[in-house]
Design a protein around this ligand. Structure first.
Ligand code: FUB
Length: 318
């Protein structure tokens, strides 16, 4: 009887500790990940395209991107590096926040990458440049192959792309372009932009930011972003190019550190993926980035309910 009780307690402890420790997401190793771009593809699984931090890296010097997949949002597979700066002829550093899209039966990986050096003390001496590339694969997990062998453009400086495919199959690229809120329509093959880089009307509200993420729900376009790189906020519009109306905060700032996110529907439930700076055991003794996730809910009028960071994340009961 006593043995039965002990066993039962152990099973309970194991089950609860598994259920209440889903953030950061468990990718099966101590890999450091950031900037999650999440998509559900035609096999119904969730795929996360992520930046990959080196432990204690200098000034966001990052070299490759990883893809993770899951069928239940709890058990994840790390498919390894889907692209690396070593595969590129025109950039060698700053493998930053990517995005992906599915069109024409292919998977497209859009990545910001650069070269040079940013001198934070004497900005005049900086040589850093960043642009956006496009790579293609027949598989959602890659490997992806640089499809154009150069950036989509060299001016303006660009990072943090969001590649959005609308219901009419038109593709749009949103990005941080020298501080402006820019969008361009993509050519049908997604390998070049069609027409102008268009500066969007943000309704007079234009904080500094990186990492736009656009999605559509019930005919409304949502333009979401880490405002000042830190607070997740959003705008809405009835057109993919705006004008946009500011709607408020989704997730607040934590420890004066950057955040970066994506919002996607999985099995009828909306999910917010983001990253958090957590304590690790690496020598530099600094917090490092890891991807987390939370459920996200809408109000009746289509506005988004603010999201709290939790330890349990997606293991919480719906
Ligand atoms: O991961 C490198 C950069 O940090 C991203 O591009 C930004 O969005 C910020 O998360």
């Amino acid at each position: 009887m006593k043995l039965f009780k002990i066993k039962t307690i152990w099973i309970y402890v194991l089950l609860t500790s598994t259920c209440f420790s889903q953030n950061p997401l468990n990718f099966g190793s101590d890999i450091l990940t950031a900037d999650p771009s999440a998509h559900v593809w035609k096999d119904g699984k969730m795929y996360i395209y992520a930046s990959h931090d080196e432990p204690c890296q200098e000034d966001f010097w990052m070299k490759d991107w990883h893809v993770f997949s899951s069928g239940d949002l709890i058990n994840w597979t790390d498919h390894g590096a889907c692209l690396s700066v070593d595969d590129l002829s025109w950039a060698d550093n700053f493998a930053w926040a990517p995005d992906a899209a599915y069109k024409n039966g292919k998977y497209y990986f859009c990545f910001p990458v650069g070269t040079g050096f940013k001198d934070r003390k004497n900005p005049k001496n900086s040589t850093k440049w960043m642009g956006l590339g496009i790579a293609v694969s027949d598989s959602p997990t890659g490997p992806f192959k640089d499809a154009i062998g150069k950036p989509l453009w060299t001016e303006p400086y660009a990072n943090d792309p969001c590649l959005f495919i609308d219901d009419d199959d038109k593709g749009y690229i949103y990005f941080n372009g020298g501080g402006d809120y820019l969008v361009a329509e993509m050519a049908d093959d997604l390998l070049s932009v069609k027409g102008e880089l268009y500066k969007m009307d943000m309704g007079g509200y234009k904080p500094k930011r990186e990492g736009p993420w656009v999605f559509k729900r019930n005919g409304i376009y949502y333009y979401t972003m880490p405002e000042d790189n830190r607070v997740l906020t959003y705008y809405t519009s009835n057109s993919p190019k705006g004008p946009w109306k500011y709607q408020g905060e989704i997730m607040n700032e934590e420890n004066a550190s950057n955040n970066h996110h994506s919002i996607v529907k999985f099995n009828g439930q909306w999910i917010l993926f983001y990253h958090r700076w957590v304590d690790t055991e690496f020598d530099c003794n600094k917090k490092q980035r890891k991807i987390c996730a939370e459920y996200l809910y809408f109000n009746e009028d289509g506005t988004i309910k603010p999201v709290e960071r939790t330890e349990a994340g997606l293991s919480k009961k719906l």
